[in-house]
Design a protein around this ligand. Sequence first.
Ligand code: NI
Length: 176
Amino acid sequence: MVMDAKNEMSPEELGLEVRVFPDPVLKRPTEPVRVFDAELVQLVERMRRTMYKHDGAGLAAPQVGLSLKLAVVDCGGCFYVLINPKLLAQEGEQVGEEGCLSFPGIFAPVQRPQRVKVEAQDEYGISHVYEAEDFLARAFLHEMDHLDGKLFIEHLSPLKRGMIRKKMLKRAMQEA
Ligand code: NI
């Protein structure tokens, strides 16, 4: 009996390829998600697997090559789906180390609001309002930035940003 390889995909194989800087898809505008179907549920599941496989705290659709307003976030075992998210309120200030799966091995302190209120839909189209603070607020904002084509290095000083950009370009050249 010949097995159909497509039906025998392991969780590893279901993972998506993570795009790294300077892939232009990371800067492209995203479209709202309008269709909530089984395909979307499967995409969210694949993004979740991909995020965990890479030990990420979040993953946005542009990072897997899709220009959609969709991101997933993990915060110490709690899993969030942010579809068509809106920032309703923000308050305070925090500075903390951030990284991004599209910038492997790079971390830098970023200033963000301390608390946020975010409205987002889940993969079934149901709206939720989340009140987040500390790391979760940071993770939500980082992922929502991705949906606006904004990368965490854009929050850094021009000098620091230039250094990271150079490092990433060098890396891309070596891999090409
Ligand atoms: Ni990121």
